[in-house]
Design a binder for this molecule. Structure first.
Ligand code: AMP
Length: 187
């Protein structure tokens, strides 16, 4: 089963994705984590990505598409995966559809974590204190929210046409939200 967790930055994609991946025993693929690891190691890809990441901008598709393809092609992701943080653009969505389609697979569910903008800002600001992420600085937060609305939110309509989008209220406790997701997915 392939499940995409979609939502604005700070909506809890990482937390819920981890719970779901463990329950379904499939890998969670997280482009943000892969980028953070590449930046920490100082690889050429990481250094290039950092110019965009720190400002809260999307890392260009020219960098991300290869990363996504490589991850989806891993043997561990043969039968399913939780997609966390991608696709975030139309080109990324196309690549995911194409890669899975060539294997006779498709995205089964899109979970849209619904959180108000005030709450998103509150959560990311709190996370900045704990994790010290450069892109949790106030200006980067504002950029990330704008980028989400402009580039990523349109994907909701794209998937809604297929009838696979489920809206999940993202403001309860972690357990409540995980319970909602379990009911939606059916396991
Ligand atoms: P996240 O951890 O998902 O909030 O992502 C943090 C940052 O990593 C984003 O603001 C982007 O700069 C970059 N990033 C993560 N995933 C992607 C993606 N699929 N496409 C482009 N940039 C991404």
């Amino acid at each position: 089963m392939f499940v995409l967790i979609l939502g604005a930055p700070g909506s809890g994609k990482g937390t819920q994705g981890k719970i779901l991946a463990e329950r379904l025993a499939v890998p969670k693929i997280t482009t943000g984590d892969l980028l953070r690891a590449a930046m920490k190691e100082g690889t050429p890809l990481g250094l290039e990505a950092k110019k965009f990441y720190d400002d809260g901008k999307l890392v260009p598709d020219s960098i991300i598409l290869g990363m996504i393809k490589e991850q989806l092609d891993r043997p561990e992701a043969k039968n399913g995966a939780i997609l966390d943080g991608f696709p975030r653009t139309a080109a990324q969505a196309e690549l995911v559809d194409k890669t899975l389609g060539q294997r006779g697979q498709r995205l089964n569910h899109i979970l849209l974590l619904d959180v108000t903008e005030d709450e998103l800002v509150r959560r990311m600001s709190a996370r900045a204190q704990v994790e010290g992420r450069a892109d949790d600085a106030p200006e980067a937060i504002a950029t990330r929210l704008q980028v989400y609305q402009r580039d990523t939110a349109p994907l909701i309509a794209h998937y809604a046409q297929r009838g696979i989008v489920h809206r999940v209220p993202g403001t309860g406790t972690v357990d409540q939200i995980a319970g909602d997701i379990k009911r939606i997915i059916g396991r």
